[in-house]
Design a protein around this ligand. Structure first.
Ligand code: ADP
Ligand code: MG
Length: 457
């Protein structure tokens, strides 16, 4: 049997053994690289997936393989990032939804030299009181690349424009300085994957060549770096090499440097020596401005009532605003239909509902119990079994951190009589996060799972 056929058979077998969302999230994009002697080598698209699959599914994967080929005794994994790996999720032959089309467009606009998406421009970045500090800092960097604000560290919540701003900044520097400045954009997840596979393939020099020879390094979502000493070590040396040569470093993060627990102290203090700015939630006027500018970009017009409806309902996430506008445009162009206020209201509530649903206590509890391989009922029940202590504390922490749930509510969900226990557990995890990289890694992985649950819905 060909290796691909063989793996298809294994996947078909795995698919019936685990839940569909889990299958889609973790295994669908896996491939079998080779079987060498007693070892099957499986390739996965990223570091998180690898950790998860290795921890959770090795046993059943091995079982399925051995059903067909009992010479195999071990499964090993390799990370090979491939932008194609998420394709299967949108493969169905249905009418393209705006999001798919947008995704497609975005993918095709990556500048291979800088890795920047040319879609992100500072010109289309709306500035309001919520982000003006970050924007002025970015502007200042353009004037004195590498010398004024270095590193520039921008942090803020999901969907508030960090990626847009730092990529727009990169694009602007490129167009201003023409070919005289070498720019490189990378997400910290991709960087981590590259370092890990470089080490595996003994090609660490490649990393050095790619990243230490640039004039501007832009790292997105730094909170995902580390957990692995080698990655952080490599990042630290890259950072130092650039910094000491007055090269510009631009970083985004979902939290300030002091709340990045995995980060080594020396790196954290370097970040703190630069310019740190945050992006907060946009006020109503800014939201209206953003909506109007996006509509103009798309060539669609909408009455004021609809615009202010959207601006009122979506307060904390500009990506959500875009999701709504994409849907509206979809009807406008594909169905040649403009929408009345009732239909718009429906779209708004669909999108906001989806993101409200996205994070619900049940999902968090499920993700935590999956991770520790216990039953959700045990986690939420009253058993005093010692093995349940850590999972429960982590569940409490995540319910608070991700949902902002009240402590009495949290206590009721995890079988605690008294909410002071929940407060205690929350504080305990919060304190330990900065001291315990393992704990931090666990929490990041579980959060990642909760976030992915939405994608496969
Ligand atoms: P983050 O990286 O903070 O999660 P993104 O940069 O991906 O957020 O922004 C989410 C979406 O919202 C993007 O499509 C981006 O173009 C858009 N967006 C964010 N902030 C602004 C802004 N100030 N003006 C215009 N569009 C914005
Ligand atoms: Mg981003």
């Amino acid at each position: 049997m060909e290796i691909e056929e063989f793996w298809k058979a294994i996947l078909a077998d795995l698919e019936i053994q685990i839940s569909r969302p889990n299958f889609l999230t973790w295994l669908k994009s896996s491939r079998l690289k080779e079987i060498k002697g007693e070892t099957a080598l499986v390739s996965l698209p990223n570091h998180f997936t690898r950790e998860w699959v290795e921890h959770k599914y090795t046993k059943i994967i091995l079982g399925s393989i051995r059903n067909l080929n009992d010479a195999v005794k071990h499964v090993e994994y390799i990370v090979e990032s491939s932008s194609l790996s998420f394709k299967p999720l949108v493969k169905d032959k249905k009418i393209p939804q705006p999001n798919d089309r947008q995704l497609f467009l975005q993918e095709t606009r990556i500048d291979p030299e800088t890795n920047l998406n040319t879609r992100y421009a500072l010109d289309s970045f709306i500035v309001g009181s919520f982000n003006e500090l970050a924007y002025s800092a970015a502007k200042a960097v353009i004037k004195s690349v590498g010398t004024k604000y270095n590193p520039l560290f921008i942090y803020g919540g999901v969907g508030l424009g960090k990626t847009h701003l730092i990529q727009g900044l990169g694009n602007e520097i490129k167009s201003l300085y023409k070919g005289n400045i070498k720019i490189r954009y990378v997400t910290s997840e991709k960087f981590t994957n590259e370092v890990i596979s470089a080490i595996r393939n003994r090609r660490v020099d490649d990393i050095k060549n790619t990243y230490r020879n640039v004039d501007v390094l832009i790292i997105d979502d730094i909170q995902f770096i580390g957990g692995k000493e080698k990655t952080e070590e490599e990042f630290f040396h890259t950072f130092n090499a650039l910094y000491e040569n007055n090269k510009q470093i631009i970083i985004s993060s979902d939290r300030p440097p002091k709340a990045l627990p995995v980060l080594e102290e020396r790196l954290r203090s370097r970040f703190e020596g630069g310019m740190i700015v945050d992006i907060t939630y946009p006020d109503f006027e800014s939201r209206v401005a953003i909506i109007n500018s996006k509509l103009q970009e798309k060539g669609v017009s909408l009455d004021d009532e609809s615009v202010s409806l959207i601006a009122k309902k979506v307060q904390k996430n500009i990506r959500e605003i875009e999701g709504i506008l994409n849907k509206i445009c979809f009807y406008w162009f594909e169905r040649e239909k403009s929408l009345g206020i009732i239909e718009i209201e429906k779209i708004v509530s669909d999108v906001t509902q989806r993101s409200a649903n996205r994070l619900n206590p049940t999902q968090i509890i499920k993700a935590v119990s999956d991770f520790f391989e216990i039953m959700p009922n045990d986690l939420t029940g009253r058993s005093r079994n010692k093995e349940l202590v850590e999972p429960r504390q982590i569940a409490i922490y995540l319910l608070r951190d991700m949902l902002d749930a009240s402590f009495p509510f949290i206590a009721s969900r995890v079988g605690k009589r008294d909410h002071s226990t929940a407060i205690y557990a929350y504080k305990k995890i919060e304190n330990n996060l900065s001291k315990n990289p393992d704990l931090n890694q666990k929490i990041m992985m579980i959060k990642d799972v909760v976030n992915k649950m939405e994608e496969v819905r």
